[in-house]
Design a protein around this ligand. Sequence first.
Ligand code: SDX
Length: 393
Amino acid sequence: QSGYITLDPGFKNTGATKSAITFLDGEQGILHYRGYPIEQLAEKSTFLEVAYLLIYGVLPTKDVLEKFRSDIRKQMMIHEDMKNFFVGFPSKSHPMGQLSCLVGALSAFYPESLNPNATEEEDNKTIINLIAKMPTIVSWIQKKSLGQPVVYPKNNYGYIENFLNMIFGEVTGETNFDPVVISAMHKLLILHADHEQNCSTSTVRIVGSSNANLYASISAGINALWGPLHGGANQAVIEMLEAIKNDGGDAEKYLAKAKDKNDPFRLMGFGHRVYKNFDPRAKIIKKACDDILERLGVQDPVLDIAKKLEEAALNDQYFIDRKLYPNVDFYSGIIYRALGFESDMFTVLFALGRLPGWIAQWKEMRDNKEPIGRPRQVYVGETKRDYANFDKR
Ligand code: SDX
C-alpha cells in the first residue's frame, strides 16, 4: 500500500471489470458461457452458435442462427490485395506474427471500422466481417508456409467445413470431411472460445478502451496470446513432449527439472492462474484425444508421454502443494497434430477459437461505456536531481 495505490503485479487480486459473459470457479473447476456449462456446449452446440451466445448473450433461434451463418458465409472471402502481405513475409515467419499483422490490416480495407461512434448495426457488420475472414486468413497462412496454392471459401460449405477445406481440401481432394473431424474442430474451438479476463482478453479490452477499432484491439489480443506462458503454451507442450520422447521418454527427469528453481524449464500445459483444480476444458480435450486418435488410427507416442507426465505430476508433492493441474493447452496440440496441423499453427487455432470471446468482451466493454484503462504505479525510482553536463557524469 502507498497512499491510495494498491500494488497488485499481474492483477492476481484485481477485478478489472464487471462482466456477464463467462463464469469461472477456479477451486471447483467450473466454466460457464452466459450460464451454460462448457460440458453441455462442447457436447451439444456448434462453434458459430456459441459465438452468437457469447457475443449477443442468448442461444439463437434456428432462423437467427441461420441468418448469422449466412451473413458470415457471404463475407469469408478476403480482399485479393491482402495477398501482397503474404508475399512480404519470410516463408517460415511465425504464423501468430502474420495473423496479428493481417487482422490489424483489415481496418485498411474496411475503414468504416475506424468510426469510434459507429452504431450497433455498423459494429455488428464489423464483427461479422472479422468472424468470417479469420478462417480464411488462418488457412492462407498455413498454405503460404507450405508453399501450396490458397483455397477459396465456398458458399455451400459450413464454417468448419470451409475452414477444413481451405486448409486441407486442395491436398486431400476431399470435399466431405469425416464427421468426427468436424465435430472435433467444433469442440476444440468451443472450448477455447472465452475465459473471462485472461491476459489476451484483458489486452483486447484495454486497447479497445481507448476507442481503438475492433481489428486493432483483436490484433493486440493475438500478440498477447502468442506468449508461451499463455496461448503459445499449446505449441510449447508439443515441443516439450517431443524433447522428452527424443531424450528417452524419462518423465521423472523433466519433472525434476520443472521443480528445480535454478532450471528455467517449466512443465508447459500445467498450472493456471485461476484453476486450482482440473481445468474442465483439459478433461474434455483429454477424452477427445483418445476418441479422435483411435478413430483416425493415429498412434502418437507423445500421447503416452503426456499421460505419464500427468500421472507423475499429480502424485508429486511440489505440484500438489502448488495445485498445478493440466490446463487447456496440455492435450490440445496432440489432437491438432493428429488432424494434420503444423505445430506452429496451434496457437493460431487457439486464436480462431478465442475470437468470439474477445469480440464479446470488447463489445461488452464498449456497450457499458467503460473508461479508458489507465492503471497507476508505485514509483521506486530516483528522487529529483538536476541535469549533469558531460564533465559531471
Ligand atoms: C492459458 O488466464 C487464462 O485463463 C489463460 C487460459 C485462457 O483460456 O485464456 O486458460 C489459457 O494461458 C493456460 C496457461 C498456459 N500456460 C502454460 O501452460 C505455461 C506453464 N504454466 C505456467 O507458466 C503458470 O502456471 C501460469 C503462467 C499458467 C500461471 O502462472 P501464475 O499464476 O503467475 O503462477 P506462478 O508462476 O506464480 O506459479 C506459482 C508457483 C511458482 O512456484 P513457487 O515460486 O511458489 O515455488 O507454481 C510454480 C511456480 O514456479 N509453477 C510451475 C508451473 N506453473 C507454476 N512450476 C513448474 N511448472 C509449471 N508449469
